[in-house]
Design a protein around this ligand. Structure first.
Ligand code: HEM
Length: 458
């Protein structure tokens, strides 16, 4: 390895390295510019110091492909310490090798399209409850917090099997506390954000342990089905010797991490879509046309079905293009478990590797006129499942062995919510400031307030 070179770059100031400047750029929504400056100076592979760790930053299609196709023995998963401590050591983002495969297979058995088909009605019901409670009698709403409430409730129903009521209300409040310290300095002293987050996460986990006990008993008495929710599904998976495949600790940590991963991401996509439909009447009209045709084919009170969602092709193309322009998750972190080589440079063992995968979404060579919103880029993919987009370049859901297993659930929630919004309401932005920053996921500065108007029923 003495012949190989470290990538160019600098490690910045001791300990803090490049952390404050990158975080500041994110908060000003200028991190892509900051990274592009770096690429101009050092090329697509450079070294820096982030979150107190020596880091290699990679960029471009070749880097995406390289990172997403490495095996679990070369690259381990790696999250900032605060996230790892709050979510727990057994959450899927922390697992590698066979453990990762086993837990992922269990989650996918519940989240794959064939299994999710039967839950479209449940998601539909949750959306109708939400609209009755928060939208129907209002003339002004703030979109982002409402979308978070909706996606939280959907996940409560599907993942935890917790009906609306006191327990769900307690969980909402606890999760709000958990989120506050997710990306914080991991200093566990009273009055730190990290401390109160950690305390809240302990309370959530105690509720989950109680829930597992109740569900195990109910499964034993056959008073609940193994398909009731993700927890009952995981409890019911057995190996050849009739032993549980997933431990209780793994169920708790993964139910917890899915709750976080699932509700923040989809709520961001929905908020961007509401903003787009307020700004662009032609897209609103085209989506409303597609959704009205589906609404007309339904009987009064009939839920949407999997087939209805498959007919929402234009709406999904718009959502995909939105994910290209504003992916909720852009940064991925891994740690090298061995010394590796990429692009002629050495990446030492134990270093952090970070890449902003979605910078390829703005690469002109892959997506011509990248700053223009053009849903037809995804036309071919939506009609015959093939694509003219090169592999590893559209990575809103990641790629490879860690590709997002929740993408189908995100699709169901997004399409069903947009269906009910455009068939029932028109809306306009009620504040000039519709900007957002990254923390590291997009956060709308004013939460996106809108004025809404009820439409006449079809
Ligand atoms: C629009 C919505 C969503 C987006 C944009 C999104 C994005 C992503 C991305 C980019 C990754 C890969 C991260 C990496 O490689 O470092 C990922 C992983 C993951 N996502 Fe999602 N996600 C969404 C919704 C969901 C939902 C609804 C669920 C659960 C029901 C979910 C559960 C997960 C899990 C468990 C992983 C880890 C997979 C593994 O490590 O094997 N996500 N997601």
């Amino acid at each position: 390895s003495s012949k190989k070179r470290l990538p160019p770059g600098s490690m910045g100031f001791p300990i803090i390295g490049h952390t404050p400047t990158l975080l500041e750029a994110m908060r000003a929504n200028k991190d892509e510019e900051w990274l592009n400056e770096r690429i101009k100076k050092y090329g697509p592979i450079s070294r820096m110091s982030l979150f107190g760790t020596p880091t290699i930053f990679l960029s471009g299609l070749a880097a995406n492909k390289f990172m997403y196709t490495r095996d679990g023995n070369t690259l381990g998963s790696h999250q900032p310490t605060s996230i790892r401590r709050i979510c727990g050591e057994k959450n899927i983002f922390e697992l590698t090798g066979d453990d990762h495969k086993r837990v992922r297979e269990a989650l996918v058995s519940f989240l794959k399209p064939d299994a999710l088909k039967q839950y479209v009605g449940k998601v539909d019901e949750e959306i109708q409850l939400h609209l009755n409670q928060f939208w129907n009698d209002q003339s002004n709403v703030v979109v982002m917090p409402l979308m978070k409430t909706l996606t939280f409730n959907v996940v409560c129903t599907l993942i935890f099997g917790i009906e609306p009521g006191v327990r769900r209300d307690i969980l909402v409040r606890l999760f709000e506390k958990v989120m506050e310290g997710m990306l914080s300095l991991p200093i566990n002293l009273p009055f730190t954000r990290f401390h109160s987050s950690l305390q809240a996460s302990k309370k959530v986990k105690a509720i989950l342990i109680e829930l597992i006990k109740e569900k195990r008993e109910a499964l034993g008495k056959n008073s609940i089905s193994s398909h009731n929710d993700l927890i009952t599904a995981l409890l019911s998976i057995r190996d050849g010797q009739n032993q549980s495949v997933i431990s209780d600790e793994e169920i708790v940590d993964n139910a917890f991490v899915i709750m976080i991963g699932a509700h923040d991401t989809t709520s961001i996509l929905l908020t961007f879509l509401v903003r787009l439909l307020a700004r662009d009447p032609s897209i609103y009209t085209a989506i409303a046309h597609e959704q009205n045709e589906i609404a007309k084919s339904k009987k009064l009170g009939e839920h949407l079905t999997w087939e209805d969602l498959s007919n929402m092709k234009f709406t999904w193309r718009v959502a995909m293009e939105m994910l290209r322009m504003h992916p909720p998750m852009t940064y991925s972190f891994r740690r090298t478990l061995k010394e590796i080589e990429f692009g002629g440079f050495l990446i030492p063992k134990g270093w952090q590797v970070v890449w902003n995968a979605s910078m390829t979404h703005k690469d002109e060579a892959i997506f011509p006129d990248p700053l223009k919103f053009m849903p037809r880029r995804f036309e071919q993919q939506a009609t015959n499942n093939s694509t003219n987009i090169p592999p590893y370049s559209f990575v809103a859901f990641g790629a490879g062995a860690r590709r997002c297993p929740g993408n189908e659930l995100a699709r169901i929630e997004t399409l069903a919510m947009i269906h009910y919004l455009v068939t029932r309401f028109r809306w306009q932005l009620s504040c000039e400031d519709d900007s957002f920053y990254r923390d590291p996921m997009p956060v709308f500065n004013r939460g996106l307030p809108i004025q809404i108007h009820r439409k006449q029923p079809l």
